[in-house]
Design a protein around this ligand. Structure first.
Ligand code: DMJ
Length: 628
């Protein structure tokens, strides 16, 4: 595009010069008729020299070379036609070749001006409004949109999950119409739905619905602290906080049955809302991550409602988990609410394990007043677990040394599996947050706040984030598969079999046929957002922008909304007919905040629940006055 514009402007420039010459020829024609050299011949000569000029001064292909944008250029495969310039011009003097990180630091072209980021942020807001319009037009009141078949589906119990998951994103973005529509629906329908609906999953309903309601309550000024720290302009539309709190309490009272009906501290996995009863999953087991990812929401509700029961029940889970045997801080992915013990030996940071580790840190961060006292054990559990991750799960690929987190499906004495779910890509953000506790790396270093272990964890966060983005850049759509395998010494786990872009890491990352779907998940952009806030390195924004563009190109549906994909390695990718609630609740919110120029929702004052709903860090009055 840039080169086309360049050529056109040159043609235009040449034409205007020719017109001037023609005009003067027309007015002074006799002066220029010398012997046989007529006006016609002169014009032909002029045209030939014009064409020659264009040929010799063709614009460069673009402002930024592909390789600087993360697109690998395979020079071996590119055969260029011989060009007359090759004979005429000296080869350009190239800058020294730098490793990717240095390229990003040093390239001023990549440090886009603030207005460029603001315009990119606006595009994310437009994408959010587009996603919402598809949902509103075809699925309003359902949990999720099926964007291809133009209808809704209730996979999460029928509480209008997309609406509640979207509300705080709309508030943060200043998408006022969405705020009005979503809050009106919640005010008019949600209480009734809660009293009439059947089975819901405790974890999903807590992180998406309760978390969404409470975050919107806070941002709307419900606890009288939102406007102080959030950085959201006061002119943006808010919801009615009293109503949100009322609905939150009603929902949480029913969800509490999962805790109080269990014989142990581990809650049952499902609740029948209308009956106010709870039961275990058919196999009797709860996921470890599900049981341990409820505390940010329940503790905040206790704080704002003044009723300690929510916090008490939810915190019992973590206090109990503290007492259970672990493998260097790592835990199996199932737990039995009947016995209160872990079940099996499968250890991973992907599905069913992930947010256990996330909440150890975030619950500790949330209750600032208790960090050095009653909740100190949580940071110790987190620290021990991260040491376990580094010792037992982190490996490097061959040939290019990508750092990844694998699994121990049969415990510490079983074989290591070089498999990593996309879900694991929450970990770079969590590690970075754990290192600086939400302030910038620069500030933490200036104030001597980082231990050697913090610096090591921050480095691991950066290395893992790179691997997560390469899971996107290695495919032909530029979108990551749900699961990747990695090539390690002595274990190749299959090999690339098509569908990859020309990319340096094709031999390092293996994508198996059944793992090639993309559900519009947020984890990588979540980590890019946190890493950008903490390191202030512009490469994280550039990576996020590339991922956003790939979502725009391959998942946007003409009639409204965005769709999950079946296969990220095929072009065009087959679509799955589902827009997950977390695309609006998390993915687009994190992208919007990644491109934000003004530190909205600062990470030392806010903690994002695992569904990206920001809740305030809770401080005692004394702590709050110290930090002012
Ligand atoms: C979300 O519901 C949450 O982020 C959860 O912790 C993991 N899975 C999805 C997004 O991928």
């Amino acid at each position: 595009m840039v080169s086309l514009v360049g050529i056109l402007s040159k043609v235009f420039f040449l034409n205007s010069h020719m017109q001037i010459v023609l005009q003067s020829l027309a007015t002074n024609s006799s002066k220029y008729r010398c012997g046989k050299f007529t006006v016609g011949k002169f014009l032909s000569l002029l045209m030939v020299s014009g064409l020659l000029y264009l040929f010799l001064h063709k614009s460069p292909e673009g402002l930024v070379p592909d390789e600087l944008l993360g697109k690998e250029v395979n020079n071996n495969n590119v055969r260029r036609a011989p060009n007359i310039r090759t004979f005429w011009r000296k080869p350009p003097r190239l800058p020294p070749r730098l490793p990717p990180n240095e390229i990003y630091k040093n390239n001023s072209l990549l440090q886009q001006s603030p207005s460029e980021w603001t315009s990119r942020q606006k595009k994310v807001k437009e994408a959010f409004e587009y996603a919402w319009s598809g949902y509103r037009n075809y699925a309003m009141g359902y949990d999720e949109l099926m964007p291809l078949s133009h209808r809704g589906t209730d996979g999460l119990g029928g509480l209008g999950a997309t609406i509640v998951d979207s509300l705080d994103t709309a508030i943060i973005m200043g998408a006022d119409d969405v705020v009005s529509e979503a809050s009106r629906w919640i005010e008019e329908n949600l209480m009734k739905r809660i009293s009439e609906k059947g089975q819901v999953n405790l974890f999903e309903t807590t992180i998406r619905v309760l978390g969404g309601l409470l975050s919107a309550y806070h941002l709307s000024g419900g606890d009288h602290a939102g406007s102080v720290d959030s950085g959201i302009p006061a002119s943006y539309k808010m919801a009615n906080p009293e109503r949100l709190l009322e609905v939150s309490k009603d929902l949480a009272d029913r969800l509490l049955l999962a805790f109080t009906s269990s014989p142990t501290a581990i809650p049952l996995s499902d609740v029948i809302l209308r009956d106010r009863t709870a039961h275990a999953a058919p196999d009797g087991l709860s996921s470890t991550s599900e049981a341990s990812t409820l505390q940010l929401e329940f503790s905040y509700l206790s704080r704002v409602s003044g009723d300690p029961k929510y916090d008490r029940e939810a915190m019992k889970v973590l206090e109990h988990m503290r007492t259970l045997p672990k493998v260097e801080g790592l835990v199996p992915i199932y737990i039995n609410p009947s016995s209160g013990q872990f079940s099996g030996e499968n250890i991973r940071l992907g599905s069913r394990g992930d947010s256990y580790y996330e909440y150890l840190l975030k619950v500790w961060i949330q209750q600032e007043e208790n960090r050095d006292s009653s909740l100190k054990y949580l940071f110790e559990m987190y620290t021990e677990a991260m040491r376990g991750v580094k010792h037992l799960l982190v490996r490097k690929t061959v040939p290019n040394e990508l750092v990844f987190v694998g699994e121990l499906p049969f415990g510490r004495n079983g074989d290591f599996s070089p498999k990593m779910d996309h879900l694991v890509c929450f970990l770079p953000g969590t590690l970075a947050l754990g290192a600086t506790k939400g302030i910038t790396k620069k500030k933490a270093l200036e104030n001597n706040l980082l231990t050697d272990e913090d610096i090591e964890n921050l480095q691991l966060a950066e290395d893992l984030a790179k691997t997560c983005v390469e899971m996107y850049f290695v495919t032909s759509t530029g979108l990551a598969p749900e699961i990747a395998y990695f090539h390690i010494e002595g274990n190749q786990e299959g090999g690339p079999d098509g569908g990859y872009k020309s990319n340096k890491y094709v031999n390092d990352i293996i994508i198996k046929p059944l793992d090639r779907h993309n559900l519009l998940r947020p984890e990588t952009v979540e980590s890019l957002f946190v890493l950008h806030r903490i390191t202030e390195d512009p490469k994280y924004r550039e990576w996020g922008w590339q991922i956003f563009q790939a979502f725009e190109k391959h998942t946007k549906v003409d009639s409204g909304g965005y769709s999950s994909l079946d296969d990220v390695t095929s072009l065009p990718p087959h679509r799955r007919d589902k827009m997950e609630t977390f695309f609006l609740g998390e993915t687009l919110k994190y992208l919007y905040l990644l491109f934000d120029e003004s530190n909205t929702l600062p990470l030392d004052k806010y903690v994002f629940n695992t569904e990206a709903h920001p809740l305030p860090v809770m401080r005692s009055v004394e702590q709050a006055s110290h930090s002012v």
